[in-house]
Design a protein around this ligand. Sequence first.
Ligand code: ZN
Length: 187
Amino acid sequence: MPSRRMHLAIAVPIGTIMAANKANHLNGLPYFWEVVGGALGAVGGGIGPDWPDPPATPNHRGLGHSLILAVSVGKIVFDRVDTWQGWLRGEAERMRELQLVTPVGMVGSPTEGDENRVQASASTREQRLGRRSQSPIFEGDPLLRVAYGAWEIVLRLLAGALVGLVAGWGSHLALDFGTARSLPLLY
Ligand SMILES: [Zn+2]
């Protein structure tokens, strides 16, 4: 049967290319992270089927190699992948915007005594936004900004990994299908 290395050598390029294809309307970092996510997902998909059915066991063709399971799950994902990717990209965009401008009310916790200060800071921010609308302004906790940035990357990686995982899994089954033992219909 094909080795793990062989599976990865096929799965990773296929998964990466498919994720890049689904992201071809994106540019720059969003595109980059989705393609990286596609490669990571393809690693999971390429070795995934052997995880519930280790090659060392005598019956190395269990649920992980089930054609019916793979086709049904694959169909569910295939029908919804655009919706899921759209949602993940939307959330990633929201995280990106949160890194640029802190929503009013997130600058500390406004108490009664703080009201004037918060209003003042909001108006200065508006002024500054008006003057230099190009440059990012973030007035909140710097750690919060890092967290938004990390979430943005995770969401973009997931959008690509979704495609890479399915493509990698499919390539694994296709490769095993060509072997003498072929694949079980169910398990
Ligand atoms: Zn296998």
